[in-house]
Ligand binder design. Structure first.
Ligand code: PMP
Length: 449
């Protein structure tokens, strides 16, 4: 196919990718007929696989009825049903569902709801939201102010209100044992120290990805961390926001990742796996008391035109049906455990794999120069791009970030759809094995020159 000169992508030319033709299940085909295994579900989005016929049929049915009903003019059945089913899955008390079209919108909504709640309860001096470094919470200016990743935030710093940050609990980098409760306490207590140094009366909320996404590369918090964070937030009247944009919807083996520790936030945000790529959809799910406070004090000053779109909500409902019908949370847990153990086996063959981590089908490995020191690979090797490009050539899509210390450290997310089978796991490992070998060959050729 002659390739159109695309103008809708703001990328450098080296990042140009094939033109997608079609996708089914865990596979995608470009217009030249080359097949790829979607080893990252897009950006951890397509949780139930591509082109599921039952989801498409549900959407077609909805399309025949209506594709838009403005939320201030009409209630719609898909939005009502999806809100009820989502609230039923959420922790107790988190009964109010506010629909949006994506993760950043969901985080913005949480920020504004938390702030309006503080005003409603006579605590207007609370405005700071503590987050972690590194973290990713979205690209809009409010969510970006909470994002702990300087390469993305620096140009906009003068335009944003600085928000306090604490380190993410990367025990593996600090040489601490993540299974030791003292490690969890060590990192969680940094939250308390930050609240105290900033002035508890000024702190509105703490936002956390229960299991890290792109920013930390599937970082699982150390033992006791999440529970202690909850206790600290409660002690200081600070709202706890779980950013489950990536983890929500079953990918980690539980519908919400917070379930791994039985920890309930005050506000929860989801998006990617919610309609799993079939439509733009996200939600903020908030404790009923918070919503009552805000509504009784004049209403929520926030909302997006496309919110609660019936077509998007019909997709969300059909995706939930699919997760339940096919037991996909359990499959994510089981297939994820297999994939993780196979990734760990690759460590025996490749000393540049410094760490394998994650839960369910949200997994990652990190490449380093040397496992003992965990020193990152030289920046010039551009590993986070190179390995992804090689994997592409080998028909495997993976997702990478360079985050450690800002510009150094390369990690790769391996997060295939929740419908993946042991055969798919074998194919992913084969593709990675080949790609890592070719990557090392390229490095030695470069060094020989
Ligand atoms: N929060 C987290 C944890 C995310 O992973 C993302 C997206 N990567 C966002 C927020 C922002 O979502 P979106 O790109 O849909 O705006």
């Amino acid at each position: 196919m002659s390739r159109p000169q695309t103008s809708h992508l703001f990328y450098q030319s080296r990042q140009r990718r094939p033109v997608l033709d079609q996708a089914r299940g865990v596979y995608m085909w470009d217009v030249d007929g080359k097949r790829y295994l979607d080893g990252s579900s897009g950006a951890m989005v397509c949780n139930i696989g591509h082109s599921n016929p039952r989801v498409l049929e549900a959407m077609r049915k909805q399309m025949d009825k209506s594709t838009f009903g403005y939320r201030l003019h009409f209630e719609t059945e898909p939005a009502e049903l999806l809100a009820a089913r989502t609230a039923a899955l959420a922790p107790e008390g988190l009964e109010k569902v506010f629909f949006v079209s994506g993760g950043s919108e969901a985080v913005e909504s949480a920020i504004k709801l938390a702030r309006q709640n503080a005003i409603a309860i006579g605590q207007a001096q609370r405005y700071k939201i503590i987050s972690r470094e590194p973290s990713y919470h979205g690209c809009t200016l409010g969510a970006l102010a909470l994002t702990g990743y300087a390469p993305l935030t620096a140009p906009f710093d003068p335009m944003m209100r600085p928000m306090p940050k604490i380190p993410a609990p990367r025990a593996y980098l600090d040489g601490l044992d993540p299974d030791d409760e003292a490690t969890g306490r060590h990192y969680a207590d940094m939250l308390e120290a930050k609240i105290l140094s900033e002035g508890p009366e000024t702190i509105l909320a703490f936002i956390v990805e229960p299991i890290g996404g792109a920013s930390t590369g599937a970082l699982v918090p150390p033992k006791g961390y999440m529970q202690r964070i909850r206790e600290i937030c409660t002690r200081y009247g600070v709202l706890l926001i779980h950013d489950e944009v990536m983890t929500g919807g079953g990918r980690t083996g539980k519908f919400f990742a917070g379930e791994h520790w039985n920890v309930d936030p005050d506000i929860l945000v989801i998006s990617k796996g919610f309609a799993a790529g079939y439509a733009p959809l996200g939600a903020m799910i908030a404790h009923k008391d918070i919503v009552t406070n805000v509504l009784d004090n004049g209403g929520f000053l926030h909302g997006f035109t496309y919110a609660g779109n019936p077509l998007a909500c019909s997709a969300g409902l059909a995706v939930l049906d699919e997760i339940e019908r096919e037991n996909l949370c359990q499959n994510a847990a089981e297939t994820g455990a297999l994939l993780k153990s196979e990734l760990k086996k690759l460590m025996d063959r490749y000393s540049i794999i410094g760490d394998v981590r994650g839960e369910g089908l949200l997994l990652a490995f990190e490449l380093v120069e040397d496992r003992a020191s965990l020193r990152p690979l030289a920046k010039e090797l551009n590993a986070f791009n190179e390995l992804v490009d090689i994997a592409y050539e080998n028909g495997l899509i993976i997702y990478s970030r360079r985050t450690r210390g800002g510009y150094s450290g390369d990690h790769f997310l391996i997060a295939p759809p929740m419908i993946s089978t042991p055969d798919h796991v074998a194919e992913i490992i084969e593709g990675l094995d080949l790609s890592l070998r070719q990557f090392l060959d390229r490095i030695s050729q470069q060094q020989a020159r």
